[in-house]
Design a protein around this ligand. Structure first.
Ligand SMILES: [Zn+2]
Length: 447
């Protein structure tokens, strides 16, 4: 496709007469919100198997009211038309595993520890605000942010500021502090006499587990994030081993409490016993799932458990090959792609997640798409994992992750065809959320 031309900021205002369809008529009769029309050569709507050609999206009051052919004869007089030329329109993307309070874990920059030990809380919030804007500018109009890594309830305030229009950012589902067990989360390697901050709320026993869930839910967690495994290593037989953290009874108390609030539990689980407890305890989504056995895949299918694999992050920050941690880093990716392929072909529900924050926000979030394709998804399946499937995970089917009447007007556009090369999604050139244009240039804005 040739270079696209955006008219988003200097809107081309098309004066039309008459009404194309009943839906437009209904929308036009609501004078409190202007009528917008976004037009492009191609539409990937998030659900359909094939793209549609020459469409226009009719928007009123932040919602899509209709999707009609571009040659529909008439639009209401006041319609403002954003013509994206040869571009491909898609629903706003959804990343189901982010950390806006993390800024990469590059050892040369102090890694994870420096962020908890040296960054003032105010600085962490400022960086999180920038990260949220980065997500939006890269086309991610919704994120599930799965814990603040020692930054307390900071995500609740960032979400509020976005929802009130004070700062730009995606729709957020937040999980606040997260839950693990004593000895089940960094920081590590400090003198035992020193108390260092924790990246998670550490509990022991089902009573403390339920109390932690109650506290976090009460203070604004939309999801509860639980760590079911922690350290991992390669054993003498060359197998990946992960230390389990919470007991089954502890997890069941958390899941029972959280489900009672009508909310859900995301479980960080690499493999082995911890992953098995995550499934037996009723986790709603398995995060990472580096190595999932056939029996565990069958259990995920039976229980309807989601899989949020986060493939790309495990290709970053490897230790040297001849070290124990370096061997672990390489073993992780060796088993991860295999598990992903098996789960995909078995029909496990897979939602797009990246763990961005675990790698720098200056890296393209959309790199994950090419890993999904590498391990077996079609480009369309990869796109749907970050649109309609992710919306289903979040309980927002039909409202986000789809371009259809009734959905929020969250739209993005790319110049190249993402079905020919999913890397086209790394260059999002137009972003609209709630019917408001946040980006319409051809270049990335620096954070
Ligand atoms: Zn994570």
């Amino acid at each position: 496709m040739k270079r696209i031309v955006f008219f988003a900021l200097g809107l081309v205002i098309c004066m039309r007469t008459g009404l194309a369809q009943e839906a437009i008529h209904a929308a036009a009769s609501a004078p409190e919100a202007r009528l917008l029309v976004v037009r492009a050569r191609w539409l990937i709507d998030g659900i359909s198997d094939k793209p549609r050609r020459n469409v226009q999206i009719v928007i009123r009051g932040g919602r899509i009211v209709d999707v009609i052919p571009a040659n529909s004869p008439a639009l209401p007089e006041e319609a403002q038309v954003i013509d994206l030329g040869d571009a491909t329109l898609l629903p706003g993307l959804i990343d189901c595993h982010t950390h806006i309070f993390l800024q990469g874990e590059d050892p040369a920059a102090g890694g994870y520890d420096a962020q908890l030990l040296k960054f003032p809380a105010s600085y962490r919030v400022v960086r999180a605000v920038v990260a949220a804007r980065r997500a939006l500018e890269q086309g991610f109009t919704s994120i599930r942010d799965v814990e603040t890594e020692g930054a307390g309830y900071g995500d609740v305030g960032v979400k509020q500021a976005i929802n009130e229009g004070i700062i730009p950012g995606p729709r957020m589902w937040v999980s606040t502090v997260s839950i693990s067990s004593t000895g089940g989360y960094p920081l590590e390697g400090y003198a035992p006499e020193i108390t260092v901050p924790k990246g998670s709320q550490l509990i022991d026993g089902p009573v403390e587990a339920r109390k932690a869930a109650r506290e976090q839910l009460d203070k604004g967690a939309d999801w509860i994030k639980v760590y079911m495994t922690h350290r991992s290593w390669v054993d003498a037989q060359g197998a990946l081993v992960s230390q389990p953290t919470l007991t089954l009874e502890e997890l069941k108390a958390i899941v029972d409490e959280t489900h009672g609030w009508g909310r859900k539990v995301a479980c960080h689980a690499y493999n082995g016993l911890g992953l098995q407890r995550a499934l037996d305890g009723g986790c709603d989504s398995i995060e990472h799932g580096l190595e999932i056995s056939d029996a565990q895949i069958a259990q995920m299918l039976r229980q309807g458990t989601w899989y949020v694999p986060t493939l790309q992050v495990y290709y970053t920050d490897w230790d040297p090959a001849d070290t124990d941690s370096g061997k672990r880093d390489r073993k992780r990716v060796a088993v991860h792609g295999v598990s992903f392929g098996k789960a995909l072909h078995a029909g496990v529900k897979i939602a797009f997640g990246t763990d961005v924050g675990g790698f720098k926000w200056s890296e393209p979030i959309a790199e994950e798409f090419s890993r999904e394709v590498q391990f077996g998804m079609t480009p369309m399946q990869a796109i749907q994992s970050a649109t309609s499937r992710a919306a289903e995970l979040l309980g927002k089917r039909g409202e986000i992750g789809v371009v259809a009447a009734g959905a929020y007007a969250d739209l993005i556009a790319v110049a190249r065809d993402p079905l020919a090369d999913v890397n086209a999604l790394k260059s999002v050139e137009f972003v609209m959320k709630d019917g408001v244009v946040y980006k319409s240039s051809t270049g990335e804005r620096a954070p």
